[in-house]
Ligand binder design. Structure first.
Ligand code: KMH
Ligand code: ZN
Length: 277
């Protein structure tokens, strides 16, 4: 699987970190839009969005999601991907309602996984419902894979329920979650072997697995996801300054790998995404 350039997705916020502990985490709409612009400038093509409420706690409020999609579209050309994973405590109906905000893309996690001390629950029937609703609405799923067995589930999903809207399958390997697959080159190569035929993939490594996963993904024709959702340290003992710092590093390494960052238009062509507004 070779790729001409590199799709860099930024995951700037997530649902797990507290603003009180991480003051540079983008949580307001203004902070998020500024982050999106900064990250686009240094090489991001897509943004994976979790939003926060007035209290900076994670929320799946539909109005806020709609406003967020509109604002990022107004100020950037990034492909807007909303998280349907939310926080581990979010109920299924709220997670399904995210699609009503009309993003270009949305995440679709392919199974249940231990998530630190919590459980990230993704029942088979729920996965099928998410996949089917995205098909109906023309939203590109990004199939999130936390463990190798979830790739078997993805192949089963596609066999039983058909390809996503547009026909292209895009996968994101989320590696190094405590409870999921390790973030190392051997595991990434094993995952690549289990990919559906013709799929593209990106990979992200949580915490200190960020750099090894990045290098392994580039070496195997994969794309990259980086951001403060996944890591708060830039190097040992050095905190991340902002999301753009992580995107800039990924872009630099991608250039060295002769796989320069793709523009959002190139990413739209690669993934078969039409602007969904
Ligand atoms: N926050 C995690 C429980 C996704 O965005 O779809 C789930 C997650 C995956 O981040
Ligand atoms: Zn996420």
């Amino acid at each position: 699987m070779t790729a001409p350039g590199t799709l860099i997705t930024v995951a700037p916020t997530g649902a797990e970190h507290h603003k009180a502990d991480v003051p540079n985490l983008p949580v307001t709409l203004d902070e998020l839009v500024r982050t999106a612009q900064d990250c686009e400038r240094v090489g991001a093509g897509m943004i994976h969005v979790h939003i926060r409420g007035e209290d900076a706690a994670p929320t799946l409020d539909l109005r806020r999601l709609e406003d967020t999609v509109a604002a990022i579209r107004e100020h950037t050309d990034l492909i807007v991907q909303l998280s349907t994973g939310g926080a581990v405590s979010d109920p299924e109906e709220d997670r399904l309602r995210v699609l009503e905000a009309g993003p270009d893309s949305a995440s679709c996690t392919m199974g249940t996984v231990n998530f630190g001390d919590a459980v990230f629950l993704n029942r088979w029937e729920f996965i099928v419902e998410l996949h089917s609703r995205m098909r109906e609405r023309g939203i590109l799923p990004e199939y999130e894979i936390f463990d190798l067995g979830q790739l078997a589930s993805l192949n089963r999903l596609l066999d039983q329920h058909g390809a996503p809207a547009g026909g292209h399958v895009h996968v994101d390997l989320v590696m190094g979650v405590p409870g999921g697959m390790p973030g190392d080159a051997e595991t990434l190569v094993a995952a690549v072997r289990l990919m559906p035929a013709g799929a593209t993939f990106s990979a992200t490594g949580i915490g200190k697995t960020t750099v090894p996963v990045m290098l392994a993904s580039l070496a195997t024709g994969g794309h990259l996801r980086v951001g403060m959702e996944d890591t708060l340290n830039y190097a040992r003992g050095e905190r991340v300054r902002d999301n753009a710092q992580l995107v800039a590093r990924a872009a630099g390494i991608a250039k060295i790998a002769q796989r320069p960052p793709m523009s959002s238009d190139e990413v739209r062509t690669l993934l078969g995404v039409t602007r969904n507004d």
